[in-house]
Design a protein around this ligand. Sequence first.
Ligand code: GTP
Length: 342
Amino acid sequence: RASITKASASRGQAPRPSDEMQALVLVGGFGTRLQPLTTDRPKPILEMVDRPFFAYMIDWLASHGVEEIVLACGFLPDQMQAVLGDGSPGGPKLRYVVEPEPLGTAGAIKFAAPCLQDRFFVLNGDSLTDLDLTALWDFHLDREARVSLGLYPVDDPSEFGLVELDETGSVRSFTEKRDGAGPGLISAGAYVIDHEVIDLIPGGRKVSIEHEVFPLLVDDGLYGLALDGYWKDIGTHDRYREACWDILEGRVSTGVEIHRDGVFISPEADVSDGAEIGPRAVIGPGCRVGTRARITDSVLLQGCEIGENAVIDGSIFSPGVIVAKNAAVVNRVIGSNEFIDA
Ligand code: GTP
């Protein structure tokens, strides 16, 4: 089994030489914006279409040559390890580091320092993406950077911080979130970092890498590169659902078979002949859908039961939700095992 490290990290330890490509994935957050889906299940193992979300991350990292993934955990690490184990045969090895309390994005890196090599990727653990990490790694080496940020172009950056570059790709500034800023580049939460940067992170408290460390490196080794591909932070209800349709309809490259109508019905679900499913629906394993029920634009995680004639639209159901016959559920996100009456 993979090791779970609970000891506090020692400081000043020499990094391991980069004999294999390594990625540290930050998965210690509580996923509060996705509650109630994440109340009793950490975001990385929330099912997305037909597999736990983290499986997409593993495939993406493996496709760029990553051989070891260190998961920086905090919330419900045992569940994560029970589902993901130490990785699949032939895939990257998984290793777990557990913070005693949330240390923030930089604190988590510092805490994991003894496991980390002299250069490695860091990824936020809640992005669905196929961005070109190989290009980012090559760029980092070419610029002899200390940190290289993977950037993603957006039309409306109001929810994110904007990153501005000079013509060499050196980061000139970060601009905080504001409305009406126009198109720009945002940090995709994917970067290459040299181990020596960890010495800049203050110890013993929560530290944000975006707010406290990156600004120190402007004009001093901080670069950014706009990457090709798809990127979405899946941390809100709407984006979680959109990500399911993007997977099914083929806007992001994953191992899931493409279904243009955005419908996935688990082979272990029992859907009555008279039910209407889709466009856009995920029906998880163990679900039962009664006759004449209509399900559109919705995700039903495992073991939900939908009574006959019920209408479900724009909703996400945690495992074990039961909907009475003739009920209508529109634009709702429901917690585990709830019962919805007509
Ligand atoms: P919200 O509570 O909804 O904001 O979600 P979150 O905290 O899970 O996600 P957020 O977008 O704030 O964080 C980005 C990524 O960093 C997520 O993958 C989190 O799991 C991870 N993360 C955030 N804070 C910590 C931390 O203190 N420690 C570790 N190890 N990971 C963290």
